[in-house]
Design a protein around this ligand. Structure first.
Ligand SMILES: Cc1cc2nc3c(=O)[nH]c(=O)nc-3n(C[C@H](O)[C@H](O)[C@H](O)COP(=O)(O)OP(=O)(O)OC[C@H]3O[C@@H](n4cnc5c(N)ncnc54)[C@H](O)[C@@H]3O)c2cc1C
Length: 431
């Protein structure tokens, strides 16, 4: 049964996440008759859980070369996309619908309402304004394509095949599959000839095997430094260390710093290859001070009240819940008077504060990843239009593209930019 041609669908967008909604709204704005297919009973399920429900909607880094660098080597592909619809355009777009944004640390932009649902409401209005036909509970099963003619000829749904002038695939990656991102798009695209690098979890919290981390669950350090160290080869190998916000959890480490290093830590663990010799994670809790300066601060703090118990004498900047853990690791009796603390014990406390050791026990699975790395090869896409280089009427957008993303609004910005470009090109190509 053929559905689309009967209703005159010019653009069929598959996937109702941020990228698909932007693409559909934009294609309609360009004058096309658009249908948006989403298998869930509603749009934007994942969008609603972004940024802990607040949605870090973009990164307000307006200097394009600096922004592009944040995506690593493959960021080069993003220049033209961001030149046409970058963070500034996204912020203006939301403002056009009455949604102001606020910019927090590290240029993270959030809706002023602090609610991801406000962003979804804007997109729903954008779709309605353009008269997009939204079909929910409409799982797509595959794509039909004629490779010789370089065209996608149909979108297979439970209700029949939709024959649209153009097809935008925006089915997302593989993280948090309960939101609908189950990776079907990778299979369809690979079946019609696109190269797909098997997606892996990226931006994932880290597990540590020490039982004491659970006692620190919920404790955040605004500025810490994290390094992973492999001791299994002849020479120790390290990941580059990074600084940022770190969160202790029941199982280990999370927060932007841990998430951003997760892929490189996994790569180092694989390189080390030896299950027995696990990777060390070293956390510098006070990266602003070197060992000598930190020791001086502690000495001062101890000397201020020599008869006070050590557990009450460490610098006040150190969170109270961290103190018993540090003293236990340094084998110091917390009730010892400050004046009795030996130099060796004091230096051990300094050493631990500068390099708190944890044993890496793997990443949490894709179900906990923010995004997956891997996806459709970027070389097979024309980034001015997001059009496939293999099929003249196929466009791709969002998480299914093979970019390395950081935490901080960078992932959604790819979705907005690629969705907008795909919507513009497919909307203008109709007829
Ligand atoms: C917990 C969490 C927090 C995050 N926070 C942030 C943040 O604050 N800032 C940021 O920039 N990024 C964040 N991200 C990443 C961000 O959510 C993704 O980059 C973004 O949602 C990807 O959008 P997308 O449209 O490409 O795919 P998705 O949002 O995954 O949407 C794809 C849609 O396609 C539908 N679909 C899939 N298969 C089919 C099919 N066969 N038929 C029909 N429909 C189908 C799915 O149901 C889904 O609705 C977060 C991710 C997670 C998991």
């Amino acid at each position: 049964m053929t559905l689309g041609s009967a209703s005159g669908v010019e653009v069929c967008v598959v996937g109702g996440g941020p990228a698909g909604m932007m693409a559909a709204g934009r294609a309609a704005e360009c004058g096309a008759r658009v249908v948006l297919l989403e298998k869930n009973d509603r749009l934007g399920k994942k969008l609603l859980i972004t940024g802990g429900g607040r949605c870090n909607v973009t990164n307000a880094e307006f200097r394009r070369p600096v922004l592009v660098e944040k995506y690593g080597e493959r960021g080069e592909f993003l220049h033209s996309l961001f030149a046409r619809f970058g963070p500034r355009e996204l912020i203006d777009f939301l403002a056009r619908y009455g949604l102001a944004t606020v910019i927090e640390e590290e240029n993270r932009a959030f809706p002023a309402t602090q609610r991801a649902s406000s962003v979804l409401e804007v997109l729903a209005r954008y779709l309605a304004d353009g008269g997009v036909e939204v079909r929910t509970r409409a799982p797509v099963r595959g794509l039909q394509a004629d490779a010789a003619a370089r065209r996608v000829t149909g979108v297979e749904t439970a209700g029949g095949v939709i024959e649209a002038g153009s097809v935008v695939v925006a089915t997302g990656g593989l993280s948090h599959p309960e939101t609908g991102s189950t990776g079907e798009g990778f299979g369809w695209l690979s079946a019609i000839g696109h190269s797909v690098r098997i997606p892996e979890p990226s931006l994932v919290p880290l597990r540590a095997s020490e039982a004491w981390v659970a006692r620190l669950a919920g404790l955040a350090f605004e500025d810490a430094r994290l390094t992973a160290l492999s001791l299994s080869g002849e020479r120790p190998k390290k990941t580059p260390s990074e600084r940022g916000k770190l969160l202790f959890t029941h199982f280990g480490l999370s927060g932007p710093l841990a998430l951003n290093l997760s892929s490189r830590i996994l790569a180092l663990a694989r390189e080390a290859g030896d299950e027995e010799e696990r990777l060390r994670l070293l956390v510098d809790l006070v990266p602003t001070e070197d060992h000598a300066r930190l020791d001086a601060v502690i000495r001062e703090s101890l000397a201020a009240a020599p008869n006070r118990k050590v557990r009450n004498s460490l610098p006040q900047a150190l969170p109270a819940r961290m103190v018993p853990v540090l003293l236990e690791l340094a084998r110091v009796d917390p009730d010892l008077p400050a004046h009795s603390l030996t130099k060796a014990s004091r230096l051990e406390i300094v050493r631990l504060m500068k390099a708190l050791p944890l044993t890496f026990d793997g990443l949490l699975g894709s179900d906990k990843a923010i995004v997956t790395s891997g996806g459709v090869a970027l070389e097979e896409i024309d980034f001015r239009t997001m059009r496939s280089r293999l099929f003249d009427n196929l466009y791709l957008a969002g998480d299914l593209l093979d970019f390395q993303r950081r935490s901080g609004g960078y992932s959604l910005q790819i979705c907005w930019s690629s969705g907008w470009a795909a919507g513009t090109a497919s909307g203008q190509a109709r007829g």
